[in-house]
Design a protein around this ligand. Sequence first.
Ligand code: FES
Length: 141
Amino acid sequence: MRHVFVCTTGYGCHWQKVVAEHRSHGNHLTPEEERERMKEQPEHANGHIGLHCGEIGGGELYEQFKAALAARGLRDVLLSPNACIAQHIARPVVMVYPDGIWYGRVTPADVDEIIERHLIGGEPVERLVWRELGSPEPAGV
Ligand code: FES
């Protein structure tokens, strides 16, 4: 049994609309631009650097995983939305447990590969691995 967590923090918030509009004009925000834009929204200026995962595709990734897992009938994979784990530099982030693999900068084009190679085949997609934490040690009794 594997458990996939997709960071969806910020999905549907004001910033998602700002970024979508920005991208619709063919523009992408640099980290510096993101910081400048965040100053306009004090509720987001809380020490996080840049946009949340859900503001740049995390929500869509979650929905795509959900549909792709259902289409394959994979019953031994759990899927959950996840709150921020302060890994904005690698957003959007997807984690797979118990392997302790954190994927970064995941795009919709990567979803099928993660499912086929990792969730079904058991081998992480190396080019997307952001952090490798390994399996958690069982707690002592
Ligand atoms: S919002 Fe995803 S790591 Fe912070």
